[in-house]
Design a binder for this molecule. Structure first.
Ligand code: WTA
Length: 660
């Protein structure tokens, strides 16, 4: 981390927007002025401009029960109507909503009319299956159009979706299904990844076969992989059969602005993932606003591609809700970036004429590693704007991205936000901001953030501290599903000032630095959350998976810096004494990597598992991860004076270097 800060501090390059881009861009300095003068009036105006309310709101923000917020709460709208029907009413039914491409190269084009028909049919199908407003529906699908159709159909009838990333294990699915009491699971037989069919339905079967009662009445199965699957009569239903029976006439009913829209689970500092709850009117307002102005979206001419999976928040806000509310034409791709060849993404950019491209630094770094000869084979001249999200982007990757993918001219927006914030919070605005490689820079209009010391003082320019959001925002999380106390404790307690005008500041969990201009540089998480390839993983969750294996007595997990993935999971385990000689350390490591894969999912598998005989602990028994990180990153071990037993680190490093 400290090396990272150093390299950021030496970065002084600046990129001013071209006159041409600035002249045509949608954003204007007036947005900042309006957002600063009266943020509530600003958001109310944006909401009325960008969305169609069935019943207009007169209330804007109710913060009287902070940190439980209500936005636009006497208004009514239908989220799916805003993403679909109204575009047809406006005469854009023939516009392409999605150019979908399967990994094997099969394609489907869906216009707004076609997408709307599908969603209406699916809404009727869900109603037929007994799904009602407020019911929870789990979605475990590959990146196929049915994933988007499912989300919108659930939203259309006022039910609540919980999308589970396709890489999660049966245990993770079951924990999420149980926590939300989902009545229905929508899955597929399988989807294409890395050139073969990766099965999904069998994982759902395993999840539901686990001990104990569950809430699921039906499993709807989309046929995609055509792989063999088991079938449970009565419970399992084919999507295509049920869709064929359903009518494509469906009138969208409106719901209150604060009606729940979705739950999305994310890792926190404890072993149990948090179900982040988002609601309708405020969420859609900020998703649409940011998508329009941060990406300078001109829906008539742009082809927009966000590479995120719908299993993550980026897929929710910037594949489904923001872009569709704005009537964008998008690319949706099922597979991995390098299948069947390393130029797959760039081939798609050329094929569809992608003009706005949004991805994660980890992907950029892996392309950088392979070299520019791959993207150079394709015509990327359609690209006019690039976005980055999910982790700090190092200046080298930023500059490579601009030069190689953006033809040396495309502005880059480095967008900082979180599952919890629902939409982009800190980012340059293209055509306005002079960009700095590696810095997310400034809050978007209408948003107020600060960098504070641990005791809550503004750190001032040139200093580092903790990133906070100082005023409520429309797309803010409304809670943690079923756990209001954890919601308050996790985000709103650290900077609780009962006597201030605004008693609650939002603590994001990220470190940040203000440069001499007051621009924000993100420095990574300050808690025990790791960021691997832009995915959030909790050290505690992986530790608890490790100790659930019978050979493990104790474990400690750290995020070590990694050239490609940002951070990598590194585990230290102590084996049970009767197990020490039962397998070699290499065997133990491979057993445990597989076990974590089963317990959580492949994304959580440690890069390395070190078998050790001791773990460094303070006198109060807290594991000193800082020291383990030193070991994992191959550095000299830092200050060990607060260890209960100062010889521990020597024992560990002897063991790892084979001296013992
Ligand atoms: C990190 C993803 C630096 C940050 C949208 C945050 C970033 C966590 C950036 C949220 C960025 C996201 N620069 N760090 N532009 N964007 N992060 O919930 O640590 O999956 O707290 O949301 O990713 O991850 P999440």
């Amino acid at each position: 981390m400290s090396e990272h800060i150093d390299s950021l501090q030496h970065e002084t390059r600046r990129f001013a927007p071209s006159a041409e881009f600035a002249a045509a861009s949608l954003a204007s300095p007036a947005l900042y002025d309006a957002g600063r003068d009266d943020p509530e009036a600003f958001w109310a105006e944006q909401s009325r401009n960008l969305l169609t309310w069935e019943k207009n709101f007169s209330n804007v923000l109710d913060w009287s029960d902070a940190p439980f917020a209500k936005w636009f709460d006497d208004g009514r709208l239908n989220v799916a109507y805003n993403c679909l029907d109204r575009h047809i009413e406006a005469g854009h039914g023939d516009r392409v909503a999605f150019h979908w491409e399967g990994e094997p190269g099969d394609t489907r084009t869906l216009t707004y009319s076609e997408l709307t028909q599908e969603v209406k049919r699916a809404a009727n199908m869900l109603t037929e299956l007994g799904i009602r407003s407020g019911d929870r529906v789990a979605i475990y699908l590959p990146m196929i159009p049915e994933a988007v159709v499912s989300m919108l159909a659930v939203a259309r009838i006022g039910a609540v979706h919980s999308v589970i990333f396709g890489g999660f294990s049966a245990d993770s699915i079951r924990a999420r299904v149980d926590d939300a009491n989902a009545k229905l699971v929508i899955t597929a037989d399988g989807g294409y990844r890395k050139g073969r069919v990766s099965a999904l339905k069998p994982t759902v079967d395993d999840a539901l076969a686990k001990e104990g009662e569950h809430s699921v009445e039906h499993v709807l199965v989309v046929r995609r992989g055509e792989n063999e699957i088991d079938w449970k009569d009565g419970r399992d239903l084919w999507w295509h059969e049920k869709m064929a029976e359903a009518s494509s006439e469906h009138e969208a009913e409106s719901f209150e602005a604060e009606h729940p829209l979705f739950i999305l689970y994310t890792s926190g500092t404890t072993g149990k993932p948090k179900g982040i709850l988002h609601t309708s009117g405020g969420y859609l307002t900020q998703a649409a606003f940011t998508h329009k102005y941060v990406f300078d979206l001109k829906p008539e001419t742009d082809v927009y591609w966000c590479t995120a999976d719908v299993g993550w928040i980026t897929g929710h806000s910037y594949v489904v809700y923001g872009p569709l509310a704005n009537g964008a034409t998008q690319v949706l791709y099922e597979g991995t970036p390098d299948t069947p060849h390393p130029g797959r993404w760039w081939e798609l950019v050329e094929k569809y004429g992608v003009s706005i491209f949004y991805t994660a630094p980890t992907a950029i770094r892996s392309f950088m590693k392979v070299g520019r000869q791959v993207p150079d084979k394709y015509d990327l001249s359609s690209i006019r704007l690039l976005g980055s999200v999910g982790e700090p982007i190092n200046p080298e990757a930023w500059v490579w991205y601009r030069e190689v993918i953006g033809g040396g001219t495309a502005p880059i927006v480095d967008t900082w936000w979180q599952t919890e914030t629902g939409a982009i919070m800190v980012s340059a605005l293209p055509g306005i901001t002079e960009t700095k490689p590696g810095s997310a820079q400034v809050p978007i209009p209408g948003i107020s953030v600060d960098v504070l010391s641990d005791s809550g003082e503004h750190v001032g320019k040139g200093n580092g501290g903790l990133l906070v959001v100082t005023k409520p925002w429309p797309s803010m999380l409304r809670g943690i599903w079923g756990d209001p106390e954890r919601f308050v404790d996790t985000y709103w307690d650290k900077f609780h000032r009962p006597d201030a005008d605004n008693p609650r500041l939002y603590f994001a969990g990220d470190g940040a630095r203000l440069d001499e201009d007051g621009d924000i540089w993100l420095l990574g998480r300050v808690d025990d959350v790791m960021n691997v390839s832009g995915h959030r993983l909790s050290t505690a969750e992986i530790e608890s998976a490790l100790v659930s294996h019978p050979i493990v007595a104790e474990s400690a997990v750290v995020g070590a810096s990694d050239e490609t993935t940002g951070q990598a999971v590194v585990a230290f385990v102590i084996l049970r004494s009767d197990q020490e000689d039962a397998q070699t350390p290499e065997e133990a490591a491979s057993i445990l990597r597989a076990h974590v894969g089963e317990q959580i999912g492949a994304i959580a598998k440690p890069r390395q598992v070190f078998v050790v005989s001791e773990l460094p602990k303070t006198r109060s028994g807290k594991i000193m991860r800082r020291l383990l990180r030193d070991v994992a990153e191959g550095r000299e071990v830092g200050d060990t004076t607060t260890l209960a037993d100062t010889s521990v680190m020597q024992i560990i490093s002897d063991r790892l270097t084979g001296k013992r």
